[in-house]
Design a protein around this ligand. Structure first.
Ligand SMILES: Nc1ncnc2c1ncn2[C@@H]1O[C@H](COP(=O)(O)OP(=O)(O)OP(=O)(O)O)[C@@H](O)[C@H]1O
Ligand SMILES: CC(=O)N[C@H]1[C@@H]2OC[C@@H](O2)[C@@H](O)[C@@H]1O[C@H](C)C(=O)O
Length: 362
């Protein structure tokens, strides 16, 4: 089966498109990939949208993103010489605008109109994965443990840590099955926001700015005192759960912006490893994925705290760290087309295994 996975995540850097072939046993082979950056003004606008935004704005973005995703699909088809009839489906995550699993009723919103995408590309689209998990009583996130098990499962206990805007952890047993999964807390989001504000850059490349600062331990302890870090899974967050407004609620910040950046990097590293120590079920090693895996200073801080447990990257396991999620959604979309019921009960708290997502025919 040949699928395209489309992932645009909470860092709002754009869309990753992966062309993935699956063998009879569901093992994936990456056959092509492309990344399209969001236009800067779109990313800035998306960053302002939340549950109180005008419906008109959301609907316009929903339609516009479908065209943006369609152009990424066409560019990937052209780059790989793949005919639309040779693609079984496009698995679309969409762009999360708001995630409120604790609301009554629980809600989550990903935009990018699948009907328009199917109509424009002439390829079936599978979307609304999170909505079906919510409907089944789950948190709606993280879904990654399902495909982390398929991509990184091995003969020993392992944790997979995706570091995008948000950091999420998958706990895999020795048979490669997902035991649990949850959002650990901030991934890149606070470091990115602080770099945008003080460096006018989208992120702190390789964590160099953070490395030039000093971690303020008393301030770090105050940040780590947030009750979310002690809350047992299942748990998931919105990108705004840990934003600069949250940061500014805490007193005693160091004067130098570089020292705050160093402390934010430590917050991500410490909260991830603490979560592995508390709920990771004693993994023999840890695989790190997502754009945060490219942050050498962050990787070093996580590896130091994990010692002697080895820290591997997606590349070490044969998949580019930044393409794991797009590949993973291709895997989820294939499962939907096959009618596979996926079991998220121990991950999101869903009541029963369900076929995730809806199919929008070409
Ligand atoms: N060389 C680098 N140094 C430091 N950080 C990097 C580097 N390359 C990418 N990043 C980080 O990765 C982020 C993008 O990662 P990614 O594409 O995984 O985000 P995402 O898909 O939005 O995440 P998610 O959906 O999992 O929240 C950037 O915003 C930046 O913080
Ligand atoms: C609501 C939403 O989009 N959540 C994302 C976000 O980005 C990382 C983390 O928070 C994770 O829970 C999830 O995405 C990944 C792909 C997941 O569902 O596993």
């Amino acid at each position: 089966m040949r699928m395209i996975g489309l992932m645009s995540g909470t860092s709002l850097d754009g869309v990753d498109a992966a062309l993935v072939d699956f063998d009879a046993r569901g093992r994936p082979t990456l056959a092509g990939q492309i990344h399209h950056d969001y236009p800067a003004e779109l990313a800035a606008q998306l960053r302002t949208i939340d549950g109180d935004s005008p419906l008109r704005t959301v609907l316009m973005l929903d339609a516009w993103l479908a065209g943006f995703y369609a152009s990424a699909v066409e560019a990937l088809r052209s780059a790989t010489g793949t005919a639309r009839q040779d693609i079984d489906g496009i698995a679309l995550h969409g762009q999360t605008l708001w995630h409120a699993p604790g609301a009554s009723p629980p809600v989550t919103c990903q935009i990018g109109d699948p009907s328009r995408l199917a109509e424009t590309t002439g390829i079936p689209v599978i979307a609304d994965f999170r909505q079906r998990d919510l409907a089944a009583g789950g948190e709606g996130a993280p879904l990654a443990p399902l495909f982390h098990a398929a991509l990184f499962g091995c003969d020993h206990r392992r944790c997979v840590v995706n570091i995008g805007g948000v950091a999420n952890i998958s706990v895999l047993d020795a048979g490669g099955q997902p035991l649990s999964g949850f959002d650990a807390g901030p991934g890149n989001t606070l470091m990115d926001a602080w770099a945008r504000r003080h460096l006018d850059l989208p992120f702190d490349r390789d964590g160099r700015w953070a490395a030039s600062g000093m971690v303020d331990t008393p301030f770090l302890e105050r940040l780590l005192a947030d009750p979310y870090f002690r809350r047992p899974p299942p748990k998931s967050i919105d990108i705004r759960t840990f934003d600069l407004a949250w940061l500014e609620k805490h007193s005693g910040a160091p004067q130098r912006p570089a020292d705050i950046q160093a402390t934010l990097l430590a917050l991500t590293a410490v909260s991830i490893v603490d979560a592995i120590d508390e709920w990771g079920k004693a993994p023999e090693d840890v695989v790190i994925t997502g754009g945060g895996a490219l942050n050498t200073e962050l990787r070093r801080a996580i590896a130091a705290r994990l010692t002697p447990r080895p820290l591997l990257t997606g590349e070490d396991e044969g998949i580019p760290a930044t393409l794991v999620e797009a590949t993973g959604f291709a895997w989820l979309g294939r499962a939907t087309l096959r009618g596979d019921r996926l079991d998220l009960r121990s991950i999101t708290g869903a009541r029963r295994p369900v076929i995730l997502g809806g199919v929008y025919p070409a």
